[in-house]
Design a protein around this ligand. Structure first.
Ligand SMILES: [Fe+2]
Ligand SMILES: [Fe+2]
Length: 392
């Protein structure tokens, strides 16, 4: 249990060993943040994923008899936050379950398939707790249609759900108790892998957050912000505007090292133009890490050979992930090797990059079996062309 302010506590769970959220690798674990407000009325904000229910319960019991809780506020239907809802409600006979109208109530009803003591709220709804009150601001598609912000007055604590979160297990509960380079790194990875498709919604939530001027921002995962609020708000501003740095990434997969040789030559071409570049093989780099790095990167070159008239499966998976995240406003390029048939993977890569929102260079750089010196030179030229676009 951690005290945030007089009568306001973090009572969540720390999942030190979690390493995967359906493909998003969480190298530093995560937390499921749950908050307890003790006033004339008592409110619990969000629960934890069900295997961690006992941890939540123990923390709540240190402070109050769960039977005295008046409101269970669900800021997000996703099961890592609503997962202990049935167990919590069973211990809180008088609690009402507060959720956003329509998507919140429908989502919770379908997940938990039991009679729920629902109380719905909408934009600007206020719940008086006594000396304090909670105001609600739905943030649809940040990152499900049921997410909302809750603002506690007069303490000025913003419970922000997915916004400003990080998958980070740590002993300190606040940003100023953790290594800020790690916190920002994880905030960026979270944004890139979860929030990237929704820049308009982020801009709106950011405007609301700035207007509320919170002293503490308490997200659904990771540390709470109190010492570095301007830093995370500025970062969200940059990321939602799609601002990138003049750097490039080359991502490839390979069968017999031909596409790999091409990738290295593309990297050389980019370096020759004095542009920062990094290289990732899908055999050793993870898609969620690549996407995190792409968040502030202006260009992406992708290389893959053909296998049975298709992309290699790892590349198909990476491009499917990228299409879902839609990292608009970046420049793309494609290359790859092929075999005895005429088909190449380049067309498919270009199509997928275009669907992911990238502006893709026209070039169709494909080589049969293994690249010659001339073909490697063409790869360098592709790299140079991409780097010139990055600088331009
Ligand atoms: Fe979550
Ligand atoms: Fe979520």
């Amino acid at each position: 249990m951690t005290r945030i302010a007089e009568g306001v506590f973090w009572v969540g769970a720390t999942d030190w060993t979690r390493r995967d959220f359906h493909g998003y690798t969480t190298r530093r674990g995560t937390t499921y943040n749950s908050y307890l407000i003790l006033d004339e009325k008592k409110a619990l904000i969000d629960t934890v994923q069900s295997p961690h229910f006992q941890e939540l319960l123990a923390r709540v019991k240190e402070l109050v008899d769960p039977g005295e809780i008046d409101y269970l506020v669900s800021l997000h239907v996703e099961p890592d936050h609503s997962g202990s809802l049935s167990q919590v409600l069973a211990l809180c006979p008088r609690a009402q379950l507060v959720t956003v109208e329509r998507h919140g109530e429908q989502g919770l009803q379908k997940y938990y398939q039991q009679k729920l003591p629902l109380m719905t709220v909408k934009e600007g709804s206020t719940l008086s707790l006594g000396k304090r009150s909670l105001s609600f601001f739905p943030t649809p598609m940040l990152h499900w249609p049921d997410n909302m912000l809750a603002f506690l007055s007069p303490d000025a604590i913003l419970f922000s759900s997915d916004a400003f979160g990080q998958h980070l297990a740590s002993s300190g509960r606040f940003d100023d108790q953790a290594d800020m380079s790690v916190v920002m790194d994880e905030a960026a990875k979270y944004y890139a892998n979860i929030i990237l498709p929704f820049p308009t919604q982020v801009a709106r939530a950011l405007e609301k957050t700035r207007a509320l001027n919170p002293k503490v921002i308490a997200p659904a995962h990771g540390v709470m912000w109190r010492g570095h609020i301007p830093q995370i708000l500025d970062a969200y501003g940059r990321w939602s505007r799609g601002e990138t740095r003049p750097r490039a990434m080359v991502v490839y997969d390979t069968m017999w090292h031909s596409t790999e040789a091409m990738a290295l030559a593309v990297v050389e071409g980019i370096e020759n133009e004095g542009v920062e570049v990094s290289l990732h093989s899908l055999a050793t780099s993870d898609s969620s890490d690549i996407v995190a790095e792409l968040l502030e990167t202006r260009a992406l070159a992708v290389g893959c050979p053909i296998l049975n008239n298709n992309l290699l499966p790892r590349m198909a998976g990476f491009l499917a992930y990228l299409k879902g995240l839609r990292p608009r406003g970046r420049i793309g390029a494609a290359f790859g090797s092929f075999g005895w048939g005429g088909a190449t993977a380049v067309k498919a890569i270009k199509e997928d990059l275009t669907l992911a929102g990238l502006e893709v260079l026209e070039d169709e750089l494909a080589v049969r079996f293994a690249p010659t010196q001339e073909e490697l030179q063409a790869c360098r030229l592709l790299g140079q062309k991409l780097a010139q676009r990055v600088k331009g």
